[in-house]
Design a protein. Structure first.
Length: 430
């Protein structure tokens, strides 16, 4: 009879952390922060080694929200992939859709054929999504420091934007509205007035946050100098977005590598120099004002026209209507392809059941999301499904910096530092 050696590790990395302490000269304690904790914005686990109230070492554990989004895309058509990527970072679904579709369009060679109206609508939705995402960052960041009024205000104002999203796309989140070649359907007739009402209301609402927090002695004492990470640290760790711009570097892909026509819009890139949680908050507030400027320019640019590329072998679907059973192809479109055009019926059948083929190749596209550089690496083997889809999620990269931001500080400041990174674990685990 043979025997096998059995290893038992009940605590996994927690037990390893305790073992590594060995004979520490001082009394140390290793604690779990999360994954079930209000401060983690989801399911993030922090393993903290403490010397009294001071953090000696911090380790981050991720993977608790893994949904296999990238892998699932390999078993769906290129158009169906939109439904998966939009659910990665669920607070910025429009950005996920746009970066994915920009990559597909680049592989198809139709980037310059996307209708202008579709490009303008994409920009408008992205900037509204940027505001709604920043509102959540400010709301949850305030909540974790005890500023419950900021939390209620933030979610109150976010609802206004989600109502507009629902009117345009049919859904409040995870819209699946941006498609390769354009957008799923044209805007409802009253979209302009609804968005202009947002432009009227939101500036004063944003000012309320500044009145509540900018000069608040408690908020400033909890955020100024907290979670410090300078420009060198950001560059070394791949940190982008408001965290990078809070170090004084005006890096924004909308300016440095324009896409979707951003080079034609007038806006500034807000920066601060404090490198801390307070200035990250200030950058996000300033960015919301700039987003409102861009949205107003979008409304002025919304000239009538098509919203989907004119290649019928790619353009699906864009003839939708709201019927008794929900949103679907319009009766007129069904009547046309069923009764008058055999070619249109064939194209529709093949698009729905098989999808369109994408030429062999690979590409990387990137957009400036609310949390930084959101990239999408697509690989095609020439088929109707992606060979590989990979998202470069900014939350994943930014979380690398948490240990550098909190080690040496107090355990109470871990929450403020973490909140200032604005992580969304759906994008981290994807």
């Amino acid at each position: 009879m043979t025997t096998r050696e059995v290893f038992v590790e009940p605590g996994q990395d927690l037990a390893a952390a305790v073992a590594e302490l060995g004979e520490a000269p001082d009394e140390r304690i290793v604690v779990n922060l999360g994954p079930q904790h209000p401060s983690t914005h989801g399911v993030l686990r922090l393993i903290l080694e403490l010397d009294g109230e001071r953090v000696v070492e911090a380790r981050l554990g991720i993977g608790y929200l893994h949904t296999g989004i990238e892998k699932n895309c390999e078993f769906r058509t290129w158009t169906q992939g939109v439904t998966f990527v939009t659910r990665a970072d669920y607070l910025m679904p429009v950005f996920n859709e746009v970066v994915y579709c920009l990559g597909v369009e680049k592989l198809l060679g139709i980037t310059d054929r996307i209708p202008e109206r579709a490009r303008v609508v994409r920009v408008m939705l992205m900037e509204l999504n940027r505001i709604s995402s920043h509102l959540v960052a400010i709301a949850t960041g305030g909540m974790e420091l005890g500023a419950l009024t900021v939390m209620t205000f933030g979610f109150r104002d976010r609802e206004l934007i989600l109502d507009v999203f629902e009117a345009i796309t049919g859904l409040r989140m995870n819209h699946g509205f941006v498609r390769p070649g354009g957008i799923a359907q044209d805007l409802p007739p009253d979209t302009g007035s609804a968005v202009r009402e947002l432009l009227r209301v939101l500036p004063e609402r944003i000012h309320e946050y500044e009145q509540l927090l900018d000069g608040n002695a408690i908020f400033k004492s909890r955020t100024i100098g907290i979670g410090y990470l300078d420009l060198a640290g950001c560059m070394a760790l791949g940190v982008t977005g408001p965290m990078l711009r809070a170090t004084g570097l005006p890096h924004d892909l909308r300016k440095t590598q324009p896409y979707s026509g951003y080079e034609d819009y007038e806006f500034d890139v807000p920066v601060r120099n404090g490198c801390d949680a307070y200035d990250r908050y200030r950058v996000r507030v300033a960015e919301m004002r700039e987003s409102l400027r861009i949205v107003e320019q979008c409304l002025d640019r919304l000239a009538p026209g098509p919203v989907m590329v004119d290649d019928k072998k790619i353009a699906w679907p864009a003839q939708l209507a709201l019927g008794p059973d929900g949103l679907g192809n319009s009766a007129e479109h069904i009547q046309t392809i069923m009764g008058t055009s055999m070619e249109a019926l064939i194209h529709h059948f093949k698009l729905v059941t098989e999808g369109f083929a994408v030429p062999v190749g690979q590409t990387y596209t990137a957009v400036e999301s609310p949390r930084g550089e959101l990239g999408c690496h697509l690989v095609s083997d020439g088929g109707t499904r992606p060979y590989r889809v990979h998202l470069r999620d900014p939350s994943f990269a930014n979380l690398q910096a948490v240990a550098a931001m909190v080690e040496g500080g107090l355990v109470a400041d871990v929450i403020a530092a973490l909140a200032s990174t604005d992580p969304v674990l759906g994008g981290v685990d994807r």
